[in-house]
Write a new protein. Structure first.
Length: 614
């Protein structure tokens, strides 16, 4: 017994020592971070002159997801990478605009090699900023080994597009391909009960079909064609090409490849998509001849996007006026309750709108939407606060980013004005409901549910078959929700319910087409929406700012400490995840929106467009 007691005492002392050591390490890191934060408050990245390298490593988003400062710090310290890095669209535009007026910036270099698919509407806003930059007589050069379709859209805005001789550039067009689970669910003996209204409301099709319906195929083809024509028009204009010839070349890409002996670089050059085929050293020399060389780093004089962003944050000008246009960002799937930044919560987003209403300095609000929808209940909670803003005499303008469909359109409809990008995916005015029961699956493995209740509705459980009475109730609720959606749009868009129904039925439209149908007032970007909101409020001098949840004192402290401490850490090069193509596909299947969507609506009623994010 004595030996056993000594053994456990030794184990306890060891664990206690480890615990104290970890606490001391964390405390030491906090102290060092605090010292760094204080000592570097007035210090920013040092830069004399050269090129701004627009290195966009991640997905361009309207709002970055919330990350705890402490967790982010230790992630950096351990060298682990963010699998889904995000870059704020507003930061990209701010950096380009600042560089346009900065005499130290003599050129801009686009390096979009690590940029992930981000949505055509966001790329068009960046393109507008690049056009303004070029008007300052500063050259824009794009460099890259390879170009994906989104990456090339930004590259095409450059004065000179350089690509590696062994690189590749292929424009494949837009597609919407979904996974369908009907046969899998049948094999697993899972019963999916679907309730919907709208000929084109195809969000439920992955659960009840093994292929796309003709109605969904028709609707998807129309808005995909719209986006593709916008892409081709923009690229052909910026590159000085004939749009029809460019489109024909893409359709005949395989044949053209044969004519160029499979040399993708030479084909891109022949198609007029790139200006020069150059190696990486030649790219550095090309830019260096324009902006000068940095002998210490053996490259051209430069400052990278992230470093220059830090400078712009230090140089933020004081407000020019007390009156403000508040910007409330609604990005992601619409869920119930309180949700972190980067996702829409019925309660949390409504609270931001209420915060704007109670702020005497905020005279108008822009609701910036990038959402395929979600919970119908949460969408209506948000709508209520928009109505309250209007009652308070504060105009609301809905600004649509890449997507504002289903619930995303629900929260846009009551706005005083709706402004969309031509490439916005919107509409999808429809409702569906869904419940899944597992009685057959459980029966197959010998598990059974039985009992008694006072009514047919008592004791609902996914382990039991769905009662017919319950089915009728949900279907009637769905039909009521669809009628409510139609009336909401009709009353705010000066249309009849019948007129709305003709363009609704769950059908998806491009922003360009939505304007023709009366679902959108104007085509424009976020700046156009801010200007429109200010005009509706009668403002001449005003500022705009994002309405955000106030940070707690704890979060402020952690952000100050760990935000500065991260600067001490060495940069980590992103590495491949090493997954085989099969495992990557399996990962995509498990991450499919149909399987990962949070079905949390209390009435099992959804205004969601699954294909809008594909």
């Amino acid at each position: 017994m004595t030996l056993i007691r000594r053994f456990f005492q030794l184990c306890w002392r060891t664990l206690n020592w480890v615990r104290k050591a970890l606490i001391n390490i964390v405390f030491l890191v906090i102290v060092i971070g605090f010292i760094v934060a204080i000592s570097s408050q007035d210090k920013g990245p040092q830069f004399e002159e050269g090129a701004l390298v627009l290195s966009l490593d991640g997905r361009i988003v309207e709002q970055t997801r919330a990350i705890d400062p402490m967790a982010q710090f230790f992630q950096e310290a351990l060298g682990s990478k963010d699998e889904e890095p995000e870059i704020l669209l507003a930061d990209v535009v701010r950096v380009i605009e600042s560089a346009r007026h900065d005499k130290r910036i003599t050129a801009l270099v686009i390096d979009a090699s690590q940029m992930r698919p981000s949505g055509l509407s966001k790329l068009r806003e960046i393109s507008t900023a690049l056009e303004q930059f070029k008007k300052a007589d500063k050259p824009v050069i794009s460099i890259g080994d390879w170009y994906s379709q989104d990456q090339y859209y930004l590259a095409s805005q450059a004065d000179s597009v350089l690509m590696n001789p062994n690189g590749m550039l292929m424009l494949e067009g837009y597609g919407s391909y979904q996974l369908f689970f009907k046969s899998m669910l049948e094999k697993l003996k899972i019963n999916t009960h679907v309730f919907r209204v709208g000929t084109f409301k195809s969000a439920v099709e992955p659960f009840i079909r093994d292929d796309m319906s003709d109605e969904a195929r028709l609707a998807n083809q129309v808005w995909l064609n719209d986006l593709w024509q916008i892409y081709l028009s923009d690229v052909s204009t910026s590159r000085g090409l004939a749009k029809e010839e460019l489109e024909q070349s893409i359709h005949n890409y395989a044949k053209l490849m044969e004519q160029h002996n499979g040399d993708t670089g030479q084909l891109a050059l022949a198609m007029g998509l790139v200006d020069e085929l150059t190696t990486r050293p030649q790219m550095r020399k090309f830019v260096g001849d324009l902006v000068g060389f940095d002998e210490e780093h053996k490259s051209f004089k430069q400052i990278h996007f992230s470093d220059y962003l830090d400078i712009t944050k230090l140089d933020i000008q004081p407000p020019i006026a007390q009156d403000k246009v508040g910007i409330v960002v609604a990005k992601g799937t619409i869920l119930n309750g309180n949700q972190p930044a980067g996702t829409i919560g019925g309660d949390s987003t409504a609270r931001l709108l209420r915060q704007a209403r109670l702020d005497d300095d905020v005279k108008a609000v822009v609701l910036r939407i990038d959402s395929p929808g979600g919970s119908a209940f949460a969408s209506d909670i948000i709508r209520e606060q928009i109505e309250e803003l209007k009652k308070a005499g504060k105009p609301v303008v809905a600004s649509m980013s890449s997507t504002a469909a289903s619930g995303g359109y629900w929260i846009a409809a009551p706005a005083d004005k709706i402004i969309a990008s031509p490439a916005t995916i919107t509409g999808s005015i429809g409702i569906f409901g869904m419940l899944t029961t597992f009685e057959n699956s459980l029966d197959h493995i010998g598990v059974h549910a039985d009992g008694v209740g006072t009514t047919p509705l008592a004791g609902f459980s996914p382990a039991r078959p769905l009662d017919e009475t319950f089915e009728r109730i949900i279907q009637q609720s769905i039909e009521h929700g669809y009628q409510q959606f139609l009336e909401l749009v009709a009353s705010n868009r000066e249309m009849t319910v019948e007129q709305v129904d003709e363009v609704a039925q769950g059908r998806v439209w491009s922003g360009m087409r939505a304007k023709e149908l009366g679902l959108v007032d104007e085509l424009g970007d976020l700046n156009a929406a801010i200007t429109a909101a200010a005009e509706l409020a009668g403002l001449e001098k005003y500022d705009s700012s994002v309405v955000e949840k106030p940070l707690s004192e704890r979060d402020k402290l952690l952000q100050a400490i760990f935000g500065q401490a991260q600067a001490m850490l060495p940069a980590h090069t992103a590495q491949s995840d090493g997954l085989s193509p099969l495992l990557k596909f399996a990962k995509q299947v498990l991450a499919h929106p149909a399987l990962t969507a949070q079905w949390d609506d209390p009435g099992h009623t959804y205004a969601l467009c699954l294909q809008c994010g594909s």
